[in-house]
Design a protein around this ligand. Structure first.
Ligand SMILES: [Zn+2]
Length: 85
């Protein structure tokens, strides 16, 4: 399993990206844009918050170059084709 920031994503606050946990992204930053910390593609946080580990990152559009998505990862990390900047 990948270990890179699995419990964290990035949220856009006042025009700048900053790290946030999934729980923070779902509560404090609910309305903010969110992106994957590995490929910078747009994500949503799925799941029900009832403790650590119950939330997970989902890409809006799947991307084979993202190491945080082992099911589709090709082995070579590449930026998301629709990366948020
Ligand atoms: Zn990604």
């Amino acid at each position: 399993m990948p270990t890179i920031s699995q419990q964290a994503c990035e949220v856009k606050v006042d025009g700048a990206w900053q790290a946030a946990t999934f729980a923070e992204a779902r509560s404090r930053y609910m309305m903010a844009q969110k992106r994957c910390p590995a490929c910078q593609g747009q994500i949503i946080i799925a799941g029900i918050y009832s403790g650590a580990g119950s939330l997970k990152l989902q890409h809006r559009r799947s991307h084979t170059g993202c190491p945080l998505k082992p099911e589709t990862y090709t082995g070579t990390p590449t930026p998301h084709p629709q990366a948020l900047i």
